[in-house]
Ligand binder design. Sequence first.
Ligand code: PHB
Length: 391
Amino acid sequence: MRYAKRGCRLLVGAVVLAVAAAASAQNVVKLGMIGEFSGPFAQYGQQILGGMKAYMKVHGDTVAGKKIEIVQKDTGGPAPDVAKRLAQELVTRDNVDLLVGFGLTPNALAVAPVATEAKKAMLIITAATSIITTKSPYIVRVSMTLPQVTQPMAVWAAKNGIKKVYTVVADYGPGLDAEKAFGEAFKAAGGEVVGSVHTPLQNPDFAPFIQRVKDAKPEAVFLFLPAGEQGIAFMKGYEERGLKQAGIRLIATGDITDDGVLEAMGDPTLGLITSFHYSAAHDSPENAAFKKAYAEANGDKLRPNFMAVAGYDGMALIYEALQKTGGSTDGDKLVAAMKGVRLMSPRGPILIDPDTRDVVQTVYIRKVEKTGGGLYNVEFDKFPEQKDPGK
Ligand code: PHB
């Protein structure tokens, strides 16, 4: 009898605990954040998460009555198999409600089928190959696409007296997208692409490629490399091999003059013209508030770049969508709630295109200048409401 009573009490206790756990789980929204936090692309994860934290610093960690929790995972670099396994674990073991992050295209592509199968919203904060959003109806992207930011560079170059260009791009999705978009828009505007090379994504040695460009004597090089350390190495080679002195100009997407590494690239970047959707020098109250929040949440060692801004905007989008769904994390409802959202981002106005689930935004033409005590991409021309031209 005594045993039966104790057993009964234990059972009641267990039920109470289980009910409490279920109730608290209902009051939490778990974000499974997959990023690159180690290896040569480690700044990607740091910047993305830093931007997400900056948003939460300003807006708190609760929305629609739910507490936001981030479960963070590191792919260690471009590692599609790892990214897929991490996504599966996040969904089945950690019971996350959304998948978010993704610096590099191969990692995002590998996770797309997991989002589809689990019916979880998947928010891309950086990965920028055009096709990514077509790989799952649960994908929404807040960053950019390479064709979107490249096309204005080609148009600007052709209008500003550059007629013969050699293209140099990283040999994977975003690079191939940039090469195609540049070639098409540049030819349509009367320019000629006189040669092209693809550089490896992992551990590239740029010297032979830079020499090949120099020998071809184009008027300019158009460059796409993934943001970060590769840009530092390329600029060094461009300096050492004397391309500037040979009169060969450099034009690029703003990945190369990424705010996170611009200072480390130093004075050789002065005058470099790029096209991009975000500059830390963008003059707006939203950008000033963002930079302040980023420094408060993460310290002021790292200058926030476009990935950090997209992390911040990504959180704004998640908060807005959760408000609309009344806190429901149902994948179909969240994606529907994200479609058509307009935000005043630190980069300028953005819209989530309801048809493509990609972002529509202003692309700026910028020039590296020394201003405000450092090197910055100073915006001087713009292409408003730029869509992904391929869609
Ligand atoms: C990508 O892998 O999609 C990617 C990474 C870094 C960039 C742009 C695109 O700067």
